[in-house]
Write a protein that binds this ligand. Sequence first.
Ligand code: CDP
Ligand code: MG
Length: 704
Amino acid sequence: MWMESKARLPILLFEEKIVETVDNNPVVVIIGETGSGKSTQLSQILHGKGYTRSRCIAVTQPRRVAAVSVSRRVSQELGVTLGKEVGYAIRFEDRTSDETVIKYLTDGVLLRESLSDPELKPYSVIILDEAHERSLNTDILLGLMKRLIKIRPFNLKVLITSATLDGEKVSRFFSNCPILNVPGKLFPVEIEHSSKMPKSYIEDSLSTAIEIHVREPAGDVLIFMTGQDDIEKMVAKLEERIQTLEEGSCMDAMVLPLHGSLPPELQVRVFTPPPLNCRRFIVATNIAETSLTVDGVAYVIDAGFVKQRQYNPLTGMYSLDVVQISKVQATQRAGRAGRTRPGKCYRLYTSAVYDEFLDVTIPEIQRSSLAGTVLYLKSLDLPDIDILKFDFLDPPSAESLEDALKQLYLIDAINEDGSITSLGRTMAELPLEPSLSRTLLEANEYGCLAQALTVAAMLSAETLLFLGQSKGVGKKRKQTLSHLPDGSGWGDHIQLLQIYELWDQADYDINWCKDNNLQVRGMMFVKDVRVQLSDIMHKIAKGNLDVRSSNRRKEGQDYRALRKALCSGYANQLAERMMRHNGYRTLGYKSQLAQVHPASVLKLDDDGKLPNYVVYHELIATTRPFMRNVCAVESHWVGPILAKLDKLDIVKLSGGIKKVSDEKPLVENSNQPEDAVDIALLSDDRNAKIAAARERFLARQAHR
Ligand code: CDP
Ligand code: MG
């Protein structure tokens, strides 16, 4: 079956040209429609031409799902066991062996490998796949590759592949390297814009889907949704509506969800052909836009939205916004309908709305927190790489670099001149965000490493833990876990720890998870991650690990050492309680009002008050700023952090770069008595300033 379809893949028609160009050039850009065979075939072609004789081929993917699914497909095509000749490596999961010659890995894993081996010596070819996604990590790899090909001009080939990327721009970035275009679109796609504004994008998608099913000839339907919750809703509604259709009035139907948190065995269902006389409805996130190709699709329903996580470096706040897609994305989505026969794309927005779409999607590097990235680049310690002058395809904003430097300084990863400390170096070796790396190292000092490892592992898997919700957000967590430990009032980190410890006491019984509404897969993942983190800690602590820690070590009920370690790690994510309001104002960032997330287990004390100080894992903007995952800390731990904030000099930290923002210092006088803080002033005046700053920030981004 696959042999047939493989033979038709457009990229195979260009095999000779590709090999010749790669042989003669260190860097080649390959542009080809999604589904033309870039991800699955390029590695095999170069493998066939001897590029794996002494070294391996690495293919990076921005998405974990894609790394797993594509490597599985390639191992099948080559008739080998996955994990042998062909394997994959994603964070916390390595399925490669000594025999592996074609290795699919996430871009993050390749970055990590380059920490211990900056020349990436095991590889003869590095394919940066899906470069159009412009993931933060791929963008950094682009910069690193530029340097690496100068160091290894004779034994390294770099391929950059993309479905839609502006090839010229990347080619210029790599001294005008050749661009190969693989024409791929097989059949024309008719595009139909809606004539009116959509009412509800779920309802409109639903009625369009039913319309297609009733009226149009055979062919699968691909429906783009923004996230798991909407997908689940849509799948349920669609199934219900199909049930009500008169028996025999149309062909059979099958509704399949497709998103990143779907268990692997459910993900692969979309790659198996449907039974005869049955139409499939695939309800997907934008994962189906370019990274995964589903064959058989003839109809696409595109509501024009995507969920995007954005970070505002001025406020330290994340927002998960449903935003309009870009024109490039709209074209991509439509293209999915023409893979196997002429198709049709139903856009649920008017052509006037389409005209307002941004031309291209804003790269992730311009909407992310960069603390981890800056620490990574600093720890590479390459004499010719200066983070602030690092060669980016699209540079991040000065604000986000400053924000990263400030955070790293507060957690002692860099000193006041901006150079990396030995602590910072050690932190960079952990595959965690800097705040959690710092927490682990600190916990090791305080004798509570075992607990901190558990917390870090639980946070890494949080989205997989709690049943019946996608993001661990919302009140549900509190309800489903009402019978589970409550963090003894100290907050959510402690609760995560207590949950795991109970499971440990139940000897990791999977029924315990089921009884407690926790996902077995998620908890198993935590257990595995915990072991891996512990191994890495053993390596980097070089025997200096606090052996007193054991998983069941009994501490008092106040979890003081662990909370203190968390306080050090989250030094930049600190908030002080406001009088009267039971709300908080953030201290590490521009002061703003924030509430403890309703799902939190943090408790009021006997006087009905929340703790004076908390640290938080994330600040999320929904209806207002919410601190998600908070932990109570003690006032006298906070003093030294505030002192550090006070004398922080961002100009010095950035090695003397000009300060872009003409805003006031990052923190106002924090010694004011609480009563003196005028809440109305703070919320109006400060918030107005913050809003203005955010608008400027977004305006600048839109300009790029
Ligand atoms: O990377 P690109 O989008 O150019 O194409 P690809 O991922 O290499 O896909 C080439 C073909 O392999 C398509 O027809 C896919 O449907 C198929 N494929 C598959 O059946 N199963 C996978 N896990 C991956 C690809
Ligand atoms: Mg691909």
